[in-house]
Write a new protein. Sequence first.
Length: 66
Amino acid sequence: MKKTISTWWPVAILLPIAHTSEDHRAALRDEAATQDVSAELARAISFGLVGGDEAVPATSPTHPAL
């Protein structure tokens, strides 16, 4: 039993650290994605694509089929 504990104790310490590190990286990715969406929304508002009741719906350009 003593050999088993001495063999596996680094795993018991490193596994939670690795899990916490991955959670932190995932939170940073989510924050970056939120900033991208916020920038896209600000750009759409500045182009007039999003507005009040008087806003005209945006239409996509038509492209001929290839």
